[in-house]
Design a binder for this molecule. Structure first.
Ligand SMILES: Cc1ncc(COP(=O)(O)O)c(C=O)c1O
Length: 392
């Protein structure tokens, strides 16, 4: 059996976009299907928190907590990273004149959430304009520091950026922010399963991430870590029974996030199967997976830079298993192209699935590839040839 056979991806498409929504291996989908059957066999037993759900969620919490190295009592579950970011932002005691600092590499949905909360509270959003390409991760710190003012209350920063595929130096951002009494919310949507995490050492105020991207869990599951002293303040986006439910040996924080109305807990309950699957894919476990995917992304970026006659936009150390390559828009204009049109051409004419982004303005585009264990070198070689042809 080849590694790719563990997934159900369409063999007629070269799927180079694990980053957008992840892709779930068959064994994990089967586990989720078993859980759904169990649920539908006896919905009350399965879903009523006091029967089985609470203890099942706690088992998952222990597994995820040991992966990201924090006490399980500091981890709540959310449906996705957008949910986690919104919960934190909506819970902040912001007042007029306060500032939320975001970056131009931030994920659009989460930056929108910051703007929405700012509109409601009279706070202001400020933006650190981090270059791309960039020389080193010092560029990130320098641009963030420039935007910090006495009014900055929170920095929202991606751990692994979405369009530009960079690992940001969040530990240094956190030290800088904490020295000035500013809180940090890390959007780690892509991080679990891509890079090792030690949230205790990192010490963010808040960290949210997805299980359905690089951990390969079923869609709609993620976590939200909150430092213990901030937990009483952070409320879920949906207020439900947890707000006044008796919490036996459990914090209000966990109790509220565990019960946000009726939902399907099976994606979450299948996460340990996804972690086990990834841990056992290679003899040396997750470390080997991280390294192999990183090496594949570095090689892929070289091939694409060669095809596009450009240089890698960052050091290799700043990427994990995704890589973005800037595109010179003028080289594609003969196809009357926009980023969306180029993405369509790649998919419809060449069966290559990958995103093409417009960055800050219409002259700055990039394409992003994702290298998960199922990807193979020939897929990148083919993409390189197609790009050479399109720009030739
Ligand atoms: C950095 C970042 N944050 C948040 C998200 C949102 O993830 P979700 O739609 O699962 O909430 C994404 C999705 O790609 C992302 O790249």
């Amino acid at each position: 059996m080849q590694i790719r056979d563990h997934w159900q991806l369409n063999p007629d498409i070269d799927f180079l976009n694990h980053g957008s929504f992840g892709a779930c291996p068959s064994v994990v989908l089967q586990e989720q299907q078993n859980l759904i059957s169990e649920l539908e066999n006896d919905p009350i037993r399965f879903l009523a928190p006091e029967r089985e759900l609470t203890s099942k969620l706690d088992e998952v919490r222990d597994t995820v907590a040991s992966l990201v190295k924090v006490p399980a009592s500091d981890l709540a579950f959310v449906r996705n990273a957008t949910d986690g970011v919104n919960a934190v932002l909506n819970s902040l005691p912001l007042k007029e004149g306060d500032q939320i600092l975001i970056t131009n590499h931030g994920y659009n949905a989460c930056n929108n959430a910051a703007r929405h909360v700012a509109e409601k509270t009279g706070a202001e959003v400020t933006v650190a304009e981090i270059p791309f390409p960039l020389d080193s991760d010092t560029d990130v710190i320098v641009e963030i520091e420039k935007q910090i003012t006495p009014q900055t209350r929170l920095i929202l920063i991606d751990h692994v950026t979405s369009p530009t595929g960079l690992i940001f130096p969040v530990e240094q951002v956190i030290s800088l922010a904490h020295a000035k009494g500013i809180q940090v919310l890390v959007d780690g949507a892509h991080a679990p399963g891509m890079i090792p995490l030690n949230l205790t050492a990192m010490a963010p105020d808040y960290y949210t991430a997805n299980h359905h991207k690089w951990l390969c869990g079923p869609k709609t599951s993620g976590f939200l870590f909150v430092q213990p002293e901030l937990q009483t303040q952070v409320r879920p986006n949906l207020i439900s029974h947890g707000a006044n439910r008796k919490c036996r040996n459990r914090s209000r924080f966990i109790t509220e996030f565990d019960w946000t109305g009726t939902y399907d807990p099976t994606p979450l309950l299948a996460v340990p199967a996804a972690i086990l699957f990834l841990e056992t894919l290679y003899p040396e476990g997750l470390d080997q997976l991280y390294q192999k995917n990183h090496d594949a992304a570095v090689k892929a970026r070289q091939v694409l830079c060669h095809a596009l006659q450009t240089e890698p936009p960052s050091s290799n150390a700043m990427i994990g298993s995704m890589a973005s390559v800037p595109l010179d828009a003028t080289r594609f204009t003969k196809h009357e192209c926009s980023p969306a049109a180029l993405q369509q051409i790649l998919f419809q004419q060449h069966r290559l699935e990958l995103p093409v982004f417009q960055l800050w303005d219409s002259d700055h585009w990039c394409l992003r590839i994702s290298m998960q264990a199922y990807n193979e070198v020939h897929q990148i070689d083919r993409l390189g040839s197609v790009l050479t042809e399109l720009t030739g």
